[in-house]
Structures are given as C-alpha cells and as structure tokens.
Design a protein around this ligand. Sequence first.
Ligand SMILES: Cc1ncc(COP(=O)(O)O)c(C=O)c1O
Length: 377
Amino acid sequence: MEKVKRNILLNPGPSTTTDSVKYAQIVPDICPREKEFAGIMAPMRDDLVRIVHGDTKEYTSVLFTGSGTICLDITLNSLLEEGKKALVIKNGSYSARACEVLEYYGMPFIAIEQPVDKKPDLEAVEKVLKDQGDEIGYVYITHHETGSGLLNPVRETGALAHKYGKFLITDTTSSYAMIPINVYEDNIDFCMASAQKGIMGMTGLSYVIGRRDIIERSKDFPKRSYYCNLYRQYAYFEETGEMNFTPPVQTIYAARQALKEYFEEGEIAKWERHKRVMAAIRKGIDEIGFKEALSRDVQSGLVAAVRYPDDENFDFEKVHDHCYKKGFTIYPGKMQGKGTFRLCALGAIDAPDIDDFWKVFKEALELTGVSIPVKYI
Ligand SMILES: Cc1ncc(COP(=O)(O)O)c(C=O)c1O
C-alpha cells in the first residue's frame, strides 16, 4: 500500500484519516441494492449503537447520506409531536443552527439563550420545563459546541428532561466516538454524528442513534420533510436493510474500516490519545503566551479557541497559509464578535504531530513579524 501524503488537520473535522481508511474506498464497483451491500450496513448500524453502549434491542442507528447538519434537520423535524414545541438550549453556533432549522420548518420552539462561554444555567431550563412542560415535545442540547469548544452538561440536562417526561436529543457530532458516551448513564434518547469526525472516516455519511420506541411512535408525528424523515428511513432499513435512496457507497466502505480501527484502538485508549493531543496543543499555547476564549475547565478538551493577540502584525490568513503549505491546517473561530482561531484534537494524529505543528506555527509568527511571547492589552 503506497503511502498517501499525510496532512495534519487541526480543523474541527473532516479529520486526518489513516491510509487504510483511505484505501478502503477502492473497491470493485457494486450496485448498493445488492444484498452484499446491505450486509455491510447491518453490522455497521449495530456498531454505531455499541459505541455509545446502547442495547440494540432498545436503540438503533439510522444512516443517511449527508453532512452532519442533516442529522440536526432530521431529528428536529421528525420527532416533534403535533401541537408541541421544541425546547432548545442555545449557547453556541450549532444550537443556533438548530434554531434556524426549526425556523425554516416554521416549527414552534422555545430557545433558552445562554452565554457561549459558560455552562448553561440548568435552573432556567428547569423553570421552563416546570412552567410550560405540557407544551414541550423534546429537549435539545448540543453536547460539544464546536465553535467555542464548550462542553455542555448533557447528563444533567437529560435527567431534567426525563424528570418532566420529555426525551433528550443531543447533537454529539463533534464528541461521538471521542469523548466516551453511555446513552443510559448520560440520559440520552437521541444523539448523532457523521463519519468524518469521531470515527475518522470520510465525508458524506451521517447517522442518528436513538430509541426505537420513540422512532416507532414518530410514525404518527407530522411529516415535515420527505427526504429528511427519521421514521421513513428507519422503516425502510428495517424492512429491506437498505437506505431509502442512494447511499454514499465508497464512504460506507471507508466507515467499515474506520469502525474496525475504532474498536481495535478502544474507546478509552482513543480518548486518552485525544487528550494527549490537546495537552500538546495547550503546551504550545502557553509557551507562545496565547489566551483562549474559554476557561479550560468548561472546555471539551477537543477544541481550543485561541484569541487573536493584540499585535498589528498578526494576520490569521498569512499564518494559516504558511502552515497549510507545510501540511498543517488551522481553522478560523466561530464566536461572533471575537477574533479567534481553532486548534482541534480530532483525527488520526498524536502528540508528536502537534510538536511538529508548533515549530511551523512559530516560524509563521516570526516570518510575519509577530513577537513571541504574544501580547494582550
Ligand atoms: C456540533 C456540530 N454539529 C453539527 C455540525 C455540522 O456538520 P456539517 O458541517 O458536516 O454539516 C458540526 C460540524 O462541525 C458540529 O461540530
């Protein structure tokens, strides 16, 4: 197997992949309506449930062709009963996207606006559940707000939702298969992800993992989308073992290999590796004197949102371009009104890759005339 040029992606996904995952896409042409292809997806659906420790009799996974946002769309629009409102904890760019999805569908919802750099106030959430519980269908929270790196208290939010008889949907796109998740202990009824992030596969495949009984119930909920309906895709899978419409064939082969490598590495060892990567990222941040937008105790440990220094020579584009030429990709921030860039610990990388990255990054600062340590006024 010839080696493929290895780029170190420090953006929040798609992530750096192994060559074996890249090569897994090179397969003989196959019509995805063949039984052989359904035979690949069936164990994959179970594996995706296993990652979050669900019992496959109670939880299932439903695959879709699309990027991560398709799962926000599907869960939000398919799981709201007639006459009910969605309750969204809005404290970052991805929960803001969830609100936009609901607006696009013209669906009723309550957004609990919270600061983007702190854990949300769960008393405020409980108050809404207590006062308006009868009106609410489900509670929705982003597990890891990837724009800022904030980790939300899913377990506690799920416990509150359950206390008031609601189910919990959480967007785990940027935490699934990285931060260990247990759907029972974490009080999760629905979560989601896409193949290019946690499992370190390719783009174009996303999945919702959730409770079969609620999916079955949702058969009678309003049908708001034809393509993005959870029950419709689930029922088709259950009946035929296939996706309703054309699956991303080669991406599915890559995902099969990625899952094999996930279980070989192991949940805890993988999370330890991501933690090592973040420790190396933080070491460089401290050495250069950078400041982060969020205090470390509220961060996921997968994304560092680094504040631009107060140096007129600092130019993110120039630094990015220098690093990119040398095989390292850094990414702009996603925090309105704040100049930040992001360094992420996803993907098939380890601490030595980050040590190499900082050498190149420092070179970029020197070349552009930014003094080290950097300054903040
Ligand atoms: C938390 C979260 N949700 C949703 C998405 C959307 O994914 P995509 O850009 O693949 O549609 C992302 C992507 O980074 C994410 O981090």
